[in-house]
Write a protein that binds this ligand. Structure first.
Ligand SMILES: C[S@@+](CC[C@H](N)C(=O)[O-])C[C@H]1O[C@@H](n2cnc3c(N)ncnc32)[C@H](O)[C@@H]1O
Length: 273
């Protein structure tokens, strides 16, 4: 890809998704776009960029953004945030929200759904008292394909082998052909929606816990700031934010405080509105 096309492509991608590319990522763009070029019968990478420049093929534009997102995820990825949910965040919210008896959890950048389903399993396993509460888990992603798979709740053997304990598999999934289908009552606990974190967030109820893991890592600093500011606009005072282990709010957004008694957990509390 020539430098001019690469610059256009990087700007296009940042505007559409927040994902930031520097010149060292040209190989990644080429690797991901070449198969799309072939599949769509486009003659070359520069012809693909010319189509993007013309702005008259929204379906192709969505496909390009979809190909450039990294949907890597796993059940109980990194384990620690789920322990913190069980041992710290939910017990604290059971106290502080006891008058409303309402809990709103948002998994932002949920990819193919493993993260929100793990949150649901964790609540079901450990907090029977929540049956009397209104508990909503909303899970969102930019990628329509990822959200579609998440909604289906159907996973391959390889996917369930990654992080899902055998007893949880037996309890919450049913074998369906060569795949595993999530139980209906668990699936009903999660509402999936398409949502682009680079756009104003509308129609999202105020959250008590936001999982925003392994998304900001693909954004530059300005986009991380804008995104955190948008996300906190739909967070309740005193609510919790969980980031990926390579992400931080430090020097990015000073409205969040790292929870000192939870070192290396990626857990933050919203202190200011
Ligand atoms: C690496 S996955 C992380 C999945 C999960 N949170 C985890 O930690 O396992 C990153 C996800 O962020 C999504 N994403 C990237 N840019 C986004 C944006 N602007 N708005 C919403 N989701 C976005 C991608 O589609 C992808 O599914």
């Amino acid at each position: 890809m020539n430098p001019d096309d690469f610059e256009f492509f990087a700007t296009f991608l940042r505007e559409r998704s927040g994902i930031s590319l520097d010149a060292s990522k040209a190989y990644l763009v080429e690797a991901r776009m070449l198969s799309l070029v072939e599949e769509c019968g486009i003659s070359s990478l520069s012809a693909l960029v010319a189509k993007l420049r013309s702005g008259c093929d929204p379906i192709l534009e969505d496909r390009v953004v979809g190909e450039m997102t990294t949907n890597e995820t796993a059940f109980f990825r990194d384990t620690r945030p789920f322990d913190m949910l069980k041992d710290y965040m939910i017990p604290a919210l059971l106290e502080s929200r006891s008058a409303e008896r309402r809990l709103q959890i948002w998994s932002a950048g949920c990819s193919t759904g493993q993260e929100p389903y793990c949150i649901a399993m964790m609540l079901k396993e450990n907090f029977p008292a929540l049956v009397d509460w209104t508990v909503n888990i909303i899970a969102t992603d930019l990628s329509e394909a990822a959200i579609e798979q998440a909604r289906k709740g159907s996973y391959s053997q390889l996917e369930v082998n990654r992080g899902l304990p055998r007893e949880m598999l037996d309890k919450y999934f049913k074998k369906s052909g060569v795949r595993w289908q999530i139980a209906k009552d668990l699936a009903e606990m999660v509402e999936f929606r398409r949502l682009n974190l680079t756009e104003p967030i509308t129609d999202m109820p105020p959250a008590d816990i936001v999982f925003l893991r392994n998304v900001l890592i693909y954004f530059d600093l300005d986009m991380q700031r804008e995104t955190l500011s948008r996300v906190r606009s739909v967070m309740n005072p005193g609510s919790y934010l969980v980031l990926g282990c390579a992400e931080t709010t430090l020097n990015v957004d000073d409205c969040f405080e790292r929870i000192e008694d939870l070192p290396r957990s990626g857990c933050y509390r919203l202190e200011k509105g």
